[in-house]
Design a protein around this ligand. Structure first.
Ligand SMILES: [Zn+2]
Ligand SMILES: [Zn+2]
Length: 350
């Protein structure tokens, strides 16, 4: 199938149109016409080569919303016309213990990311959602509930699941006290999801500048990490902290905010962290943990949860040719919303 997308041709080149072929349908494949594609911070890191060399030209994008165009003969769950999504993975071994219990993101044999990795059967490099079409095996296709606004659902597939999974893992519910560090794409989803689960949520930020923004999405307030007195007063007041800061930083000042047995989960920075003091960890059995997206089943759960609670990420719809501009703004700092490309603007004949 002929398709078109926006690709990075090298680590320092701008994104540019790229015509390429999607594979012919295998028996268990679903062909999808992409309608919306979210722009994730990790797309930018990946194409820039921040996380290692890449197989260029590379089409990023792992927050994909579309409609089923065609299905292989063995596909049972989807029909032509269904509204569907694809997140950060397109395949895994489907045989190990992690795949067995629905945590394909931790597949013992390595899951296949949506872009930039060899296909398990042919070895050809996967290409992501900044494109008109995608072909994915049915086990990695998600159902998009009718109640979700398609134009604002894409970021649930990465930003949503990345914050939903730790909230579920640490059993957040009514009465839980949750802190969220950073109010960018991940942070604002963490706030909305935790509030919908019944938690009391505090946003942690360098200043109280985003107080109105935080309250508007349900947080009870904002705590400025630079305000030593306020930080001291808030000591031992949280059960879970979701740390969405995407750069190297020190978690020590935040660790003291955790109650005994509390956990700080890192979901933003992938790479080195500034050395931290073990004192708050020891003096309260506190933990620092990490978390990576979620399995297919849990990703379906977060989509259904967002539909049920009318949760949508804050999105700004852009045309595909605005991607370089969006990357530039994202590269400069944390933005409190997600760019979502309207892929209907892209034509294979262009
Ligand atoms: Zn992402
Ligand atoms: Zn596996």
């Amino acid at each position: 199938m002929k398709t078109v997308g926006y690709a990075a041709y090298s680590s320092d080149a701008e994104m540019a149109p790229f015509h390429f072929e999607r594979r012919a349908l295998r028996a268990n494949d679903v062909a999808i016409e992409i309608l919306y594609s979210g722009v994730c911070h990790s797309d930018l890191h990946t194409v820039n080569g921040d996380w290692g060399p890449q197989p260029y030209p590379l089409v990023p994008g792992h927050e994909i919303i579309g409609r089923v165009l065609e299905v292989g003969p063995e596909v049972t769950r989807y029909q032509v016309g269904d509204q569907v999504g694809v997140g950060c993975m397109v395949d895994s071994c489907q045989a190990c213990d992690q795949c067995d219990h629905g945590e394909e993101q931790f597949c013992r044999n390595g899951m296949t990311p949506t872009y930039g990795a060899p296909d398990r059967i042919t070895g050809e490099i996967t290409q992501g959602g900044y494109s008109k079409h995608i072909v994915v095996r049915e086990e990695f296709v998600l159902r998009i509930p009718e109640a979700l606004d398609l134009s604002r659902a894409a970021p649930i597939l990465c930003a949503g699941i990345t914050t939903f999974s730790p909230l579920r893992t640490w059993n957040i519910g009514k009465g839980s006290r949750v802190g969220v560090i950073g109010l960018g794409g991940l942070g604002h989803m963490a706030v909305k999801l935790a509030v919908a689960m019944g938690a009391e949520v505090t946003v942690l930020s360098r200043s109280t500048k985003k107080e109105d923004e935080a309250r508007a999405i349900g947080a009870s307030g904002i705590l400025a990490s630079t305000d030593a007195e306020a930080m001291a007063q808030a000591a031992a007041s949280m059960d879970l902290i979701i740390d969405t800061v995407p750069v190297e930083h020190d978690v020590t000042p935040y660790a003291s905010l955790l109650d005994v047995d509390g956990t700080l989960v890192i979901v933003g920075q992938v790479g080195p962290m500034k050395g931290f003091m073990t004192v708050p960890m020891i003096m309260g059995r506190r933990r620092v943990a990490g978390s990576l997206i979620g399995g297919v089943k849990e990703t379906q759960e977060v989509l259904d949860f967002c539909a049920e609670h009318d949760i949508h990420p804050i999105c700004e719809i852009i045309r595909p040719e605005q991607i370089n501009e969006a990357f530039e703004i994202m590269g400069r700092g944390d933005i409190a919303h997600r760019y979502v490309m309207d892929m209907s603007e892209l034509s294979v004949d262009s």
